[in-house]
Design a protein around this ligand. Structure first.
Ligand code: NAP
Length: 505
């Protein structure tokens, strides 16, 4: 089912019995392993590939090469040339787009249009690294504001930290790897990517294009190490920055293991949508429905809680149910499919368990919620009018990475804010309506990293920065924003005392 056509990829895999056995990119060489991890397609759970399960000795060798050689090579590549290489990678991604799209469909279970969207966003991200470049600058600090620093001055510059470890989740494997690579590399860092075990193939294809584009060989690696065996990599002192995207629980473990480093942590989410009485109901129902079911709810910015103002509650919920009932679930390769599978059967188990939990606590299933196969489910909406019960539900307390949301009503803005802020996550929120005074008031009180007015939350290419508060994370992902976290301040103080440069009064 996986089919890699581009000749450029020939050296990075072998095929036996229809299964692709990939190599990992070890900072300049493609290495196989002694042990392999099976990669399955969520479409039918068939094994489509194997990737090396790298041992610590192999990882250690790569870390050594990246640390000793790679971090200096990328740093000594002039900025204009770094940008030129990123452009060249983008060109190659366009050239081999079909292979990348196919890998995202077959390995990630994305529909074709979602896969095309992810590849195009990745290409765009690389091309907009010129905007990152304009944010990598320093400051001049005069010394005469304090008697102790008279006749001195400083420049405060930013320079690359060295080695960035990019840990990537399964839901946007290509885009997240590309985005972390782009901002880290444009700032002059070497990058080691740890891909998700569920769908590493798009990242391995990307690695080949990075190599082909002439990126310094020792400055980039893709290490196929299972997350459960990544503690030593995370804790290693040769890693200066960790840019992690994944669940809050894994994020906590990474923070506890890593020691003193620089972090960007993009963690769990699941967003509330607040629908005000003057909202355009059809438009809001369309966008909220898409926020619930797109990529089967496996998006950090998926809508998981719908708060509807009481006067329009019945009317709006009817329209939302109508939209969700029409979602065509099936094989993502079928052009009519609107929602494909979940990443693996345990994700469907988790959704079923969370639906049951909500129903046992007084929730009412308004639409969907049936399991259609090991990885296939119907998108579901559960109504809970009792706010006390709502707060006890797993779907309110945790992020359930599946197409299911809770819906309830509210009568005051304070109540809506309290319910939205009451979850432990603070990634994004959406507000639908036109009364700008009310919307302005709500945006002031909502504790979220981003608020979308009259749209579903969607991070897209990161043209607008995003990132969480509370358990949703630390730092920001976004063009011209993330460079701040992968470059270190260095203050250089010039002492001219007694040299007659300044003549103070
Ligand atoms: P995950 O299970 O937390 O895994 C994320 C990555 O961490 C994977 O590469 C995983 O590797 C690795 N990992 C697991 N244990 C590790 C450890 N002990 N040390 C180092 N790395 C480890 O998350 P996921 O299920 O792939 O992704 C979904 C989650 O990501 C959701 O919670 C979603 O909200 C979040 N997310 C957040 C954002 C955002 O912008 N805030 C964006 C996208 C996704 P293995 O696959 O090998 O286990």
């Amino acid at each position: 089912m996986l089919s890699v056509k581009g000749g450029v990829f020939a050296g990075i895999y072998e095929v036996s019995d229809g299964v692709y056995r990939f190599k990992a990119y070890a900072a300049g060489e493609w290495v196989s392993g002694r042990e392999f991890t099976k990669v399955r397609s969520p479409i039918d759970l068939s094994v489509i590939a194997e990737v090396p399960r790298l041992s610590w000795e192999e990882v250690d060798r790569v870390l050594d090469r990246v640390y000793r050689v790679g971090r200096w090579r990328i740093r000594d590549t002039p900025g204009w040339r770094r940008l030129e290489i990123l452009e060249r990678i983008a060109d190659l991604m366009e050239q081999y787009k079909d292979d990348l799209v196919n890998a995202l469909v077959v390995n990630g279970g994305k529909t074709r249009s979602q896969a095309v969207g992810e590849v195009e966003a990745s290409i765009d991200r690389l091309r907009r690294a010129d905007l990152d470049a304009r944010k990598i600058f320093g400051e001049y600090a005069p010394g005469d504001w304090d008697p102790t620093t008279l006749e001195t001055e400083a420049i405060v510059r930013r320079e690359p930290y060295g080695v960035v470890l990019a840990i990537v989740p399964f839901n946007y494997p290509l885009f997240d790897a590309v985005s972390k690579f782009a901002y880290s590399a444009v700032a002059g860092n070497a990058v080691i990517v740890k891909p998700p075990s569920a769908d590493p193939i798009p990242i391995l294809l990307f690695a080949k294009l990075v190599e082909e584009a002439g990126f310094p060989r020792e400055s980039f690696a893709v290490l196929t190490v299972p997350g459960a065996e990544s503690d030593r990599l995370v804790a290693d002192e040769r890693v200066h920055v960790i840019s992690f995207t994944g669940s809050s629980s894994t994020g906590k473990r990474v923070l506890a293991t890593a020691g003193i480093k620089q972090f960007i942590m993009e963690l769990g989410g699941g967003d509330p949508a607040i629908v005000l009485a003057d909202a355009d109901l059809d438009f809001a129902a369309d966008r909220v429905a898409a926020g619930i079911y797109s990529y089967a709810g496996q998006r950090c910015d998926a809508i998981k809680l719908v708060l509807v103002e009481r006067p329009i509650y019945e009317e709006f919920v009817g329209r939302l149910v109508d939209r969700l009932a029409k979602v065509r679930v099936g094989d993502p390769r079928d052009p009519d499919t609107m929602m494909g599978p979940l990443i693996d059967p345990s994700a469907a188990d988790e959704m079923m368990g969370a639906v049951e939990d909500a129903l046992s606590k007084g929730g009412r299933l308004l639409v969907g919620g049936r399991r259609l196969g090991p990885t296939y489910v119907e998108p579901a909406l559960i109504e809970v009018r009792d706010k006390g019960a709502l707060r006890q539900m797993k779907l309110y307390r945790e992020e359930v990475f599946a197409p299911v949301a809770l819906v309830t009503d509210f009568s005051t803005e304070e109540e809506a804010v309290e319910l939205a802020n009451g979850r432990k996550y603070g990634l994004d929120a959406a507000i639908f309506g036109w009364d700008m005074d009310r919307i302005r008031r709500l945006t002031r009180l909502l504790e979220f990293g981003a608020i979308y007015i009259n749209d579903m939350p969607r991070h897209g290419v990161g043209y607008y920065p995003f990132g969480g508060r509370k358990e949703s994370g630390i730092g920001r992902e976004g063009i011209a924003y993330s460079v701040e976290y992968v470059s270190a301040y260095k203050t250089i103080v010039f002492n001219f005392r007694g040299r007659g440069v300044w003549k103070y009064e």
